[in-house]
Design a protein around this ligand. Structure first.
Ligand code: FES
Length: 163
């Protein structure tokens, strides 16, 4: 089972300190924290804002605005399903239905074992492959319900696989 990493607050402080006083460095700092910890722990908002001379609401606003940043830990595999027009007309809705059923998750949810997170996006930028989905940074296109099932099985959906 993959649990989110325990937060090493010493490491968090060191990461934040690298950019102390650098108000312009908010986004690079948030990206670094996301890369190290897998998400932006809500308790880090206060020290970040203090170090960069910003209001916590400003930091919070940036975190909510950028799709790549998250205040919640995500699963080992982030499944992104396209809900754009090209995918919709090619049966994207039934693809999403199958994925929800297979993973037992709704949009925005993470499985209790932190194996999968399910998200939908406006367009994955690969409309010619509609209907599409991504698992982390890998694209899967021209999907059908059986193909979706086999993709998810590849990621250990049916095996309860560890690392
Ligand atoms: S509409 Fe689905 S990839 Fe663009």
């Amino acid at each position: 089972m993959t649990q989110p990493k325990e937060i090493d607050w010493g490491l968090m402080e060191a990461t934040i300190n690298k950019h102390r006083g650098e108000t312009w460095a908010l986004i690079p700092l948030l990206q670094e924290i996301q890369a190290v910890f897998g998400y932006i722990p809500p308790d880090s908002i206060e020290p970040i804002s203090e170090a960069l001379h910003l209001f916590p609401s400003q930091v919070q606003g940036v975190v909510s605005f950028y799709a790549g940043l998250s205040l919640k830990p995500k699963g080992k595999y982030v499944v992104r399903v396209c809900r754009g027009t090209a995918c919709h007309v090619k049966g994207g809705q039934s693809i999403l239905r199958v994925i929800k059923k297979e993973l037992g998750l709704d949009e925005g949810e993470t499985s209790p074992d932190y194996q999968f997170t399910l998200e939908t996006v406006a367009c994955l930028g690969a409309c010619f492959l509609a209907p599409t989905m991504m698992v982390n940074s890998t694209y899967f296109g021209k999907l059908s319900p059986p193909k979706v099932t086999s993709v998810l099985n590849q990621y250990g959906k049916d095996k309860g696989e560890d690392e």
